[in-house]
Ligand binder design. Structure first.
Ligand SMILES: NC(=O)C1=CN([C@@H]2O[C@H](COP(=O)(O)OP(=O)(O)OC[C@H]3O[C@@H](n4cnc5c(N)ncnc54)[C@H](OP(=O)(O)O)[C@@H]3O)[C@@H](O)[C@H]2O)C=CC1
Ligand SMILES: O=C(CO)[C@H](O)[C@H](O)COP(=O)(O)O
Length: 475
């Protein structure tokens, strides 16, 4: 008997919480998972929350599909990559024309595009949906970034909007464009998340290694900052992470956690997308690189033994400068992420609205912040896609780039690594330098490869008369 309003397959951290959220909003949800133990765990959770009457567990995939009312909407929330394709392969023979798959994992946008094209001829709708907010967001209201056809969106809109976060009465769920648009925006959201996290970690490094602050002192500063312009989920949780104490040793937990960062792919995809689109995203790229360097612990230990410990001589920096440096770095990082989305939108004909994206990131997602509220307002009345040129942010950047410069300079002299903050500063300086240095690069390119250069008033594809050289190094 078809009883469920919607189905969800994949009861991991995100799927289980999304399913509870959907049930709580009054929908009856059929649930399925590859391993049946998770179905039992989910039903136990649903019982504890008094939601089991609206959950229909089905360990058999065919019976699960049959239990959903037609035309069916089936959410897939499994590990990204091949498991999604495998799940689609298993579902398609069980579905009817007019049914739809709503894939909510962190999928690569080009995979989403491919899956969308694959299902179109068989009459099965496909939405590629980015969901952010971790377990808590999935349970109580994530930010939801939808991509796919408008028709599928109209069918899914009521349930997706019902479960999404709400910012002052506005839903943090929106349809952003066709095909892979939703997953592309989620990927860049994560790239920006990488940048935010890395810059926070760099500031923590200055506090710990440059200023000699202990974790509890650093926690107090982050808690205070969370009351000001840096107010955000990531600053808030940083305070909590820094103040947590290990029950076994009584030491700050953060000091026991191994300094090797994991990564599941979306940061790298953001950096690759930026490079492929020809849009510089140095803060995001720096954040990805920093995670890779962090994973090479043995090499870092060996190199420190040769070159000495960075920060050993201490560093002088005002706490107010650190706050403003973080704000300036954030402006640059968001400028870059937004530019990547704007270019991708042009290239793919998505029509992405940056103001809508900023709005649905104001609550529910990992990068939610007061800053995004300012951004949403700023973009509403401004057609620019360059945050560095939007008046409110021009004023902020004028106030904060000096502090960023002092922090980066002092950090460099103290030998402290500031990959993200320093690249953000250089991006800012390079982006506002009317006369750059690429004239020399063009000269070099013409010298060795006759690639040509341009001289204003004389034309392009000009060539120099260069001397013949011999390779001195090879002599
Ligand atoms: N955790 C987070 O904060 C966020 C995660 N995401 C994304 O959501 C998706 C799910 O993540 P999350 O809930 O954290 O993952 P979990 O690791 O908690 O759960 C993974 C789920 O995928 C299922 N699965 C894995 N491989 C297969 C397969 N080959 N066939 C069928 N099912 C499979 C697992 O089933 P089984 O129990 O049988 O192993 C399980 O239900 C991912 O794309 C992730 O990137 C998005 C936003 C936030
Ligand atoms: O999408 C997310 C948050 O928005 C997930 O938590 C994702 O796993 C984060 O990426 P990584 O694991 O690479 O740090």
């Amino acid at each position: 008997m078809s009883e469920a309003d919607i189905g969800l397959v994949g009861l991991g951290v995100m799927g289980a919480n999304l399913a509870l959220n959907i049930a709580e909003k009054g929908y009856t949800i059929a649930v399925n998972n590859r391993s049946s133990a998770r179905i039992d765990d989910f039903m136990a959770m649903a019982r504890r929350e008094g939601l089991d009457a609206r959950a229909l567990p089905e360990a058999d995939l065919a019976a699960f599909v049959r239990s959903v009312r037609t035309p069916r909407s089936i959410i897939i929330m499994v590990k990204a990559g091949k498991p999604v394709d495998d799940m689609i392969d298993q579902l398609v023979p069980l579905l009817d024309k007019g049914d739809a798959i709503i894939e909510c994992g962190n999928s690569l946008f080009s995979d989403t595009q491919r899956r969308f094209e694959r299902l179109k001829p068989v009459g099965i709708g496909y939405l590629g949906v980015g969901v952010s907010g971790g377990a808590e967001g999935a349970r109580h209201g994530p930010s939801i970034m939808v991509g796919g056809s408008r028709e599928e969106w109209r069918n899914a809109e009521p349930v997706l909007k019902a479960i999404a976060a709400d910012f002052e009465g506005e839903s943090c769920c929106a349809w952003l464009g066709e095909g892979g648009a939703g997953h592309f925006v989620k990927t860049i959201h994560n790239g920006i998340e990488y940048g935010d996290m890395q810059m926070i970690a760099e500031i923590y490094g200055i506090m710990r290694d440059g200023l000699g602050m202990d974790a509890a002192e650093a926690a107090c500063v982050f808690k205070r900052w969370n009351e000001g312009p840096l107010n955000s989920y990531l600053i808030e949780i940083t305070g909590h992470v820094l103040e947590a104490v290990d029950g076994e040793t009584g030491r700050p937990l953060v000091e026991l956690i191994l300094d090797k960062a994991g990564q599941k792919g979306t940061g790298v995809w953001s950096a690759i997308a930026a490079q492929e689109l020809g849009v510089p995203a140095t803060a995001i790229e720096g954040a990805v690189a920093a995670r890779s360097i962090s994973s090479r612990k043995d090499e870092r230990i060996a190199a420190e033994a040769i070159y000495g410990r960075p920060g050993a001589g201490g560093m002088a920096a005002a706490i107010d400068d650190l706050e403003k440096a973080l704000l300036a770095g954030k402006i640059v990082s968001y400028t870059q992420g937004l530019s990547v989305m704007a270019r991708a939108s042009e290239q793919n004909g998505w029509g992405l609205q940056l103001s809508t994206i900023a709005k649905i990131w104001r609550a529910g997602c990992i990068i939610r912040s007061r800053f995004l509220g300012q951004m949403a307002t700023a973009f509403e009345g401004d057609a620019s896609t360059n945050l560095l040129m939007v008046p409110d942010f021009v004023a902020l950047m004028k106030e904060c780039h000096g502090p960023l410069r002092r922090v980066v300079a002092a950090g460099a002299m103290a030998e402290l690594p500031l990959i993200c903050l320093s690249s953000a500063l250089s991006y800012f300086d390079a982006s506002r330098q009317a006369r750059g240095t690429a004239n020399l690069i063009q000269g070099q390119r013409d010298f060795f490869g006759a690639h040509g250069f341009e001289i204003e008033g004389r034309g392009s594809d000009l060539h120099g008369v260069w001397p013949a050289t011999i390779d001195k190094a090879a002599e």
